[in-house]
Design a protein around this ligand. Structure first.
Ligand SMILES: *Cc1c(COP(=O)(O)O)cnc(C)c1O
Length: 416
């Protein structure tokens, strides 16, 4: 099938796209095909005005009074209210603030506390490294012989979970391949063996519906700057199932996790609510951008969004199948859209990094993941099908012209 025919199909899909009005709310310059919203979401236009007010009025003029008068002190709760429905949680189970890594430390520490007789933390070797590093760091710090046991495959994962397992800690969508785990089934499997289940939703929240409460997940974390478009280094979030709130104390017991921070009591009393998962003063500037960015989700049908993500990623695979010469790329993502998050990854034998750089030079922004993955994220909220075809056309041209072999594309930058 030719590029022209695929473009026609794309044009029709764009016309009937239920989300087509959302793109104009983002700053996305003409000609840019941004397939990296899974790594850093683009900015919404309204964020500029909101930040201008927060900086120029609330901080510059209102100064410390803005904690009360501008509602800074309630901003974390407001962001949690907007975020909770995206992950299928009650707002009273969601805390917003700190980075994903720090939230992971909090929820992991809480989980191992709830299973004092068990020493195994089960995860996957392919999990995002910060998750594994944090688990190792916590285990070493506790000094009680906790062991991080890593599965090499999904099959092995099931076998590793046993009566010694304190916690199963998994990222639902694999950051390299985009493989998506069945949250309900995996949670049930972990809990059947008496383990607690922690989910990292970095590549889930904002891409498709997540049902933490319904699945009975114990704890979870997620990222604010990927599909949630909260801005670079945006505050992340933690989820704690209602049955654990009040019975578990995370160890970063800063004053904002206290029952009454402004009593300045020398004795620690845990908040007894999800606020116990706060630590210190909330990052107001980052939180303001995140809170503004989250407004877009009110009224969005997440099932329909997931359907668009599936059609779109499937369409990209089809375009690549049709347009890219055989043997150039190997699909690293599951072909079945039910088993995939909102990204499509390909392996390139020689140098996926240079291929991605050559694409970026043409205005098609994806990213590279070591050692051989070219990764393309398809945030369904603002991407168009016509751009999907164009991206595949650029990919085929970059590969066939050997453009990617140009020397300038081989120098690795600090952030890939
Ligand atoms: C992006 C990502 C993170 C990011 O962690 P930070 O603390 O925000 O740097 C963590 N876990 C996973 C699975 C991710 O994809």
């Amino acid at each position: 099938m030719s590029a022209e025919v695929l473009e026609k199909i794309a044009g029709k899909l764009d016309e009937t796209d239920a989300f087509k009005e959302y793109r104009q709310r983002f700053v996305l310059r003409d000609g840019l095909i941004y397939l990296d919203g899974n790594s850093l979401g683009p900015m919404q236009k309204s964020v500029v005005n909101r930040m201008a007010t927060t900086l120029g009025e609330e901080w510059a003029k209102g100064l410390i009074g803005s904690w009360n008068s501008a509602g800074w002190s309630n901003l974390g709760r407001e962001a949690a209210e907007k975020l909770a429905p995206l992950v299928g949680a009650e707002p009273s189970s969601v805390s917003v603030g700190d980075s994903t890594s720090i939230n992971l430390f909090k929820v992991l520490a809480s989980a191992v506390q709830l299973r004092p007789d068990r020493r195994k933390i089960v995860s996957e070797r392919g999990n995002f490294p910060t998750d594994l590093y944090m688990a190792h760091g916590l285990g070493a710090f506790l000094g009680k012989g906790h062991e991080v046991v890593l599965a090499e495959s999904d099959e092995q994962l099931h076998e590793l979970i046993d009566e010694e397992t304190a916690v199963v800690m998994l990222t639902q969508v694999d950051f390299k391949t985009g493989r998506k785990l069945d949250m309900a089934a995996m949670t049930a499997h972990a809990q059947k063996h008496g383990a607690l289940m922690i989910w990292d939703l970095a590549h889930s929240a904002g891409a498709f519906p997540v049902h933490l409460d319904q699945c009975g997940a114990d704890l979870a974390v997620g990222c604010g700057y990927k599909y949630l478009n909260g801005g670079p280094g945006a505050p992340a979030f933690a989820y704690v199932n209602a049955r654990h709130i009040g019975s578990v104390t995370q160890p970063l017991t800063g004053w904002f996790s206290h029952a009454a921070p402004f009593e300045f009591d020398p004795e620690y009393r845990p908040a007894g609510s999800i606020d116990q998962f706060n630590c210190g003063t909330l990052p107001v500037l980052g939180l303001t951008a995140l809170d503004e960015s989250l407004k877009i989700w009110s009224g969005i049908d997440l099932e329909a969004l997931q359907e668009k993500s599936r059609v779109m990623t499937q369409f990209f695979i089809r375009c690549v199948d049709e347009l890219v010469r055989d043997g150039e790329l190997t699909l690293a993502s599951p072909r079945d859209p039910q088993l995939r998050g909102s990204q499509v990854s390909y392996r390139h034998k020689k140098d996926a990094y240079a291929v991605v750089q050559a694409m970026i030079a043409r205005g098609v922004v994806g990213d590279f993941r070591d050692p051989d993955i070219a990764r393309f994220g398809f945030a369904p909220l603002y991407l168009r099908y016509t751009d999907v075809v164009k991206a595949a056309v650029h990919l085929s041209e970059v590969l066939e012209s050997a453009e990617w072999q140009s020397e300038e594309f081989f120098t690795r930058k600090a952030v890939t």
